[in-house]
Ligand binder design. Structure first.
Ligand SMILES: [Zn+2]
Length: 312
């Protein structure tokens, strides 16, 4: 049975930010509205995160000095790759970016807890897969996946995790967080011709490394997925974390893999079906997606998952 984790505080940014940045911070709200239209207001197994994650909890993953540095506008401006943000007051940046990311981090954890109990969860926030223990980059500041894994491992609820990253960009931050830790196995299909192509450890740490060329399209992408994923998921594990980045869509300004909407839906349903077939609890996180189609693709997949697996 499936549920969806959402809270209005996941929404990032402010009107007009889209002029400076491709990221649509209102995406979680727009997906929740699409689910409202499909199932009725809030009748889609809505779960809420506990609240924003605090620095003392994040020290499971991040260096304390790095967490303190997030109060400096320059550090956030660099991670978000929007120079003018360095001129904004720290409190403002906290409000538009850092606090929503704290909520998204707890949203992913809430989803993982549900998946472990009931099998299937979709978080409408999270998937910050470029965040490293001591550095934010690629629009990612908090390493939500590493945080949820460490938290659940510390609670004794989790040992081994499979991380399947199908965002268009290689999940280098996840590799850095688990550089010395094979309790999390990493599977990654990504555009090898774009950021973060120069990150050696990002790639070398992968257990299944499937870099594809720019412009791959549905056929190559989906045949790569269906050929390699079943064997990866056949390992004994407690949880599958699925980074369902929608920047693989054609028209995305940053992804470059030019998948169709039909291709993305097929991709997502294949991952969920394989998880189900192998008896693996699954949590999906939204990660990247910078085209208008991202919201539509996320909503379509969530609707299909909820209809197929039932609303808890
Ligand atoms: Zn991406």
């Amino acid at each position: 049975m499936a549920r969806v984790v959402y809270h209005p505080k996941l929404v990032m940014g402010f009107p007009g930010l889209s002029l400076l940045h491709p990221f649509d911070g209102s995406r979680p709200r727009r997906v929740s509205q699409a689910l409202d239209r499909e199932f009725g207001v809030g009748k889609w197994g809505l779960l809420e995160p506990e609240g924003p994650v605090h620095d003392d909890q994040l020290t499971r993953v991040h260096h304390p000095e790095y967490l303190r540095s997030l109060q400096r506008p320059q550090v956030l401006a660099r991670a978000f790759e929007v120079g003018p943000l360095a001129l904004c007051p720290a409190k403002f940046l906290e409000w538009i970016a850092l606090t929503p990311m704290r909520w998204a981090t707890q949203s992913a954890l809430r989803g993982a807890r549900h998946a472990l109990q009931q099998g299937v969860a979709i978080s409408l926030g999270g998937g910050f897969h470029h965040a490293k223990p001591a550095q934010g980059e690629g629009f990612c500041v908090l390493a939500d996946v590493a945080y949820l894994v460490r938290t659940l491992q510390d609670e004794g609820k989790l040992k081994k995790v499979l991380h399947v990253d199908l965002d268009a960009h290689q999940g280098n931050g996840v590799s850095h967080c688990f550089a010395e830790d094979q309790s999390v196995q990493l599977f990654d299909i990504y555009n090898r011709d774009t950021y973060p192509a120069g990150d050696e450890l990002g790639r070398s740490r992968l257990n299944v490394d499937l870099g594809l060329p720019q412009g791959s399209g549905d056929d190559l992408y989906l045949s790569t997925l269906t050929e390699h994923l079943p064997a990866f998921l056949s390992q004994e594990a407690d949880l599958l974390i699925y980074n369902a980045g929608t920047d693989v869509l054609a028209g995305d300004p940053l992804g470059g893999l030019i998948l169709s909407h039909k291709g993305v839906l097929e991709r997502d349903m294949f991952v969920f079906a394989e998880a189900q077939r192998q008896g693996l609890p699954i949590l999906s996180v939204p990660s990247g997606g910078y085209s208008e189609g991202s919201t539509k693709a996320m909503a379509e997949s969530a609707i299909h998952v909820l209809k197929r697996y039932g609303i808890d």
